[in-house]
Ligand binder design. Structure first.
Ligand SMILES: [Cu+2]
Length: 151
């Protein structure tokens, strides 16, 4: 008997849908307000594009040179020769294919880079070569071999 009364009570609160509809209206009003806020915020935010007033010479203004080297399951790098320019930052990304074995580690000793790519994840090291030259990159046992040529 007690359980049937509780079910009846539940049905009654559901049928009296006024609190539910108030909730809906409140939610919709909130969403509209939020949307309006974001639109206004975007408009005010987009208005002033900061003028590039800095006329000073910046030594680090070079474009970042993005490089991706993959260690393949066949035991080689997909790009064994990488060319970059001196005095510009290099973003050296590295990804080892599953099955690359010890090739999942890539070292560039000259720039103290040591990256470990496990489960196909991409690792990135950033450095700036200050002078031209040729620098080796390789796995921990130098089976995978590549050359970073700085021009
Ligand atoms: Cu190796």
């Amino acid at each position: 008997m007690g359980t049937s009364k509780k079910v009846g009570a539940n049905k009654k609160t559901r049928d009296a849908s006024s609190p539910v509809s108030f909730l809906w209206m409140g939610g919709i009003a909130l969403i509209v307000l939020l949307l309006a806020f974001f639109v206004l915020a975007n408009q005010t935010g987009a208005k002033p594009p900061v003028p590039d007033s800095s006329g000073g010479v910046s030594t680090n203004s070079g474009v970042v040179q993005k490089v991706l080297v993959r260690a393949l399951a066949t035991g080689t790098y997909d790009s064994p020769v990488v060319r970059v320019k001196a005095n510009q930052p290099v973003e050296f990304s590295f990804k080892a294919e599953p099955g690359a074995g010890c090739g999942s580690e890539l070292l560039i000793p000259a720039f103290k880079v040591d990256m470990l790519s496990l489960n196909g994840q991409t690792k990135t090291a950033t450095f700036t070569p200050l002078a031209p030259g040729e620098f080796d990159f390789h796995c921990g046992m130098r089976m995978f071999r590549g050359k970073l040529i700085v021009e």
